[in-house]
Design a protein around this ligand. Structure first.
Ligand code: AMP
Length: 593
């Protein structure tokens, strides 16, 4: 392996990164640093956060910039304030032995006057969100004529957030001969377009496979009823007392709601989303970074790029609307070579999404089972006992109270005392879990447990499929289609009832999950196939799938592009943070899954 020194990194930076504990370059650093240090190449790096990409471009920038010159020579654009702050913090630490280095972060939600003053003091590197930088350009507060390097960090996310026009405008103010270094976790065509427009024969580097999740993350999904999402989250937290995690929600409201519920129920949690003031967000992040906060409940945008080491769990309270965000979310754990766990709660309707994510990230999910009440109680008890066992006793301070304490306990047996001590903290759990139900949804039993009316009757669980005689199916061809798609045999399939635009198929309990999952992103003649475990009630056919009535048109959902609206996802997306510092009329929205 090529060391930092072999890669051409100078003494001052070497000293600074050694102080940080960087011993060897990460793969992206090993490959990118020598290329970028030449200062002669445009660069495209396909890399997730957590790979060490900030140092991969930050170190060369620091080597290339002339810190004795007080003009802005490098510009780094990043999608969010948090990421700007983080990048700046990293670059400041790499450049700490350059006495004249002045690296400034500019982002919305903070005083623009202060930022202008900082730049005017002679900043050589500016780290900016696109919206705020446009404002600064408009006020002529930042001069971009001396720019030699522009870094676009998390380019896909900047475009996803509608910053495309801003980026174009910003780049138009920079000199033609500058070098552009672009980093992105994914490479949609819009990112390619930027590469095409602003780069000449760029050096391209992919770290890890395209769109692939980090190797050392274990992915679990838990199938729960919609109404049980919150109790399920509690169950996970109670079953993992040493968790240090992030709970991702889809909207600001949901984020606030979940955080408030957790706080009310005695968990060490707080919310991070775009409706909080910058000061509130900084405070929450500060508490999370120094680990006085155990659970961060966040929206995708607010938690974007957050780099906190040792996050043990990422929990998807709800799956994200966009496939890419799953990768971004889970990438908050297993950083810097550590391992981590990503957990997703899904209802039966969402099972196919798991299949789609698996395909996208090229990793298998495990079906998790929420711990039972008994298991949680046992786990908590053991943690408590360990705590008592390992507690550091301050002999000196406690000595003077001990005689009175001993006197109070003199009539009790050792067993009695231990039982009572443990009960002080334990009663809360005992009480809550005394009547706590099993929250796991047994996928295979879905059909059987539903109330049945006069409609279609079945002796076993049935699957609904949105294909029927209108699509040219009869019983025989439906049987063949199911068997081919799901890899099951004809003898595994029970009664088939083909209706006009939908059908019911009896599937044995032990095969149901497999069959449902196999239809994850199946298309039939260009139409998305939707399958579900049927929950028929009172003679009316209703399905877990909800929404449409099985007709062939307009059924949009996961796996389909929801850009044209109509899908229920749309409403949810609107709850997302809008981190824009100013209005943007036209915004590019990445297609969903
Ligand atoms: P990034 O992908 O830039 O967000 O970096 C992820 C984490 O890895 C950060 O906490 C860095 O401080 C850390 N890191 C980056 N490069 C190295 C290295 N060569 N050795 C150890 N840790 C590193």
């Amino acid at each position: 392996m090529r060391s930092f020194k072999d890669s051409g990194v100078g003494e001052k930076v070497l000293k600074a990164i050694t102080d940080l504990g960087f011993e060897n370059p990460t793969p992206i650093q090993e490959q990118a640093i020598p290329v970028l240090l030449s200062g002669e190449k445009d660069f495209v790096g396909l890399a997730q956060t957590g790979t060490g990409k900030t140092a991969a471009y930050g170190i060369p920038l620091i080597e290339l910039v002339d810190f004795d010159n007080k003009t802005v020579q490098a510009l780094i654009l990043a999608p969010t304030r948090e990421l700007c702050v983080q990048i700046t913090r990293d670059l400041v630490s790499y450049s700490k032995y350059f006495s004249n280095a002045n690296i400034v972060a500019v982002y919305g939600g903070a005083s623009i006057d202060t930022q202008i003053r900082q730049i005017k003091k002679g900043s050589q590197i500016v780290v900016a969100t696109p919206g705020r930088l446009i404002d600064l350009i408009g006020r002529r507060a930042v001069k971009l004529e001396g720019i030699s390097y522009v870094v676009l960090d998390e380019a896909d996310e900047m475009l996803n957030m509608g910053f495309q026009e801003d980026i174009d405008e910003i780049l138009s103010h920079t000199p033609k001969e500058k070098k552009v270094w672009l980093f992105s976790a994914t490479m949609p065509s819009e990112v390619r377009r930027i590469a095409g427009n602003y780069m000449t024969n760029p050096f391209e580097l992919t770290v890890g496979k395209k769109n692939e999740g980090a190797e050392n993350i274990e992915h679990y999904y838990y199938v729960v009823h919609e109404r049980d999402r919150y109790p399920s989250l509690k169950r996970i937290l109670d079953g993992a007392p040493n968790i240090f995690g992030i709970v991702f929600c889809r909207t600001k409201n949901e984020t606030q709601d979940v955080a408030e519920k957790l706080m009310r129920d005695g968990y060490n949690a707080d919310a991070l989303h775009g409706d909080l003031s910058q000061q509130q967000r900084d405070k929450v992040m500060g508490r999370y970074r120094n680990r006085t906060l155990q659970m961060l409940v966040a929206t995708d945008v607010a938690a974007r790029g957050i780099d906190v080491n040792d996050v043990t769990h990422v929990i998807n309270y709800n799956l994200p609307d966009e496939a890419e965000n799953y990768t971004h979310r889970s990438g908050r754990t297993a950083r810097a070579g550590k391992s981590g766990t990503a957990i997703s709660f899904v209802n039966v309707r969402e099972l196919h999404k798991i299949k789609q994510i698996e395909k996208k990230i090229n990793r298998k999910f495990h079906l998790g089972k929420l711990p039972s009440a008994v298991e949680v109680v046992e786990m908590q008890l053991m943690v408590l006992i360990k705590k008592i066992h390992n507690v550091e006793v301050n002999e000196k301070a406690i000595a003077k109270y001990l005689p009175a304490v001993m006197d109070e306990f003199k009539d009790m047996s050792k067993e009695d005392i231990i039982t009572r001590m443990v009960s002080i903290e334990f009663n809360r759990f005992l009480e809550y879990y005394r009547t706590a139900p099993d929250l796991n949804v047994d996928i295979a039993h879905q059909g059987r447990t539903s109330e049945r009316g006069e409609g279609y009757r079945s002796s076993g669980p049935q699957m609904f499929i949105n294909l029927g005689s209108a699509d040219g199916f009869d019983k025989g061809s439906m049987l063949g289609y199911i068997c081919d798609t799901a890899g099951v045999e004809g003898k595994d399939i029970g009664k088939i009832d083909v209706k006009g635009v939908y059908s019911f198929i009896e599937i044995p309990e032990d095969k149901m999950a497999k069959v449902i999952a196999a239809f994850g992103d199946e298309d039939y003649k260009g139409r998305k196939v939707r399958v579900d475990v049927s929950t028929e009630r009172s003679g009316k056919k209703s399905f877990n799938g909800g929404g449409s009535n099985g007709g062939s048109g307009g059924r949009k959902g996961w796996g389909e592009n929801n850009r044209s609206g109509g899908g229920s996802n749309r409403g949810r997306s609107e709850g997302y943070d809008k981190p824009r510092e100013r209005e943007h009329k036209k915004s590019y929205k990445k297609s969903s899954w």
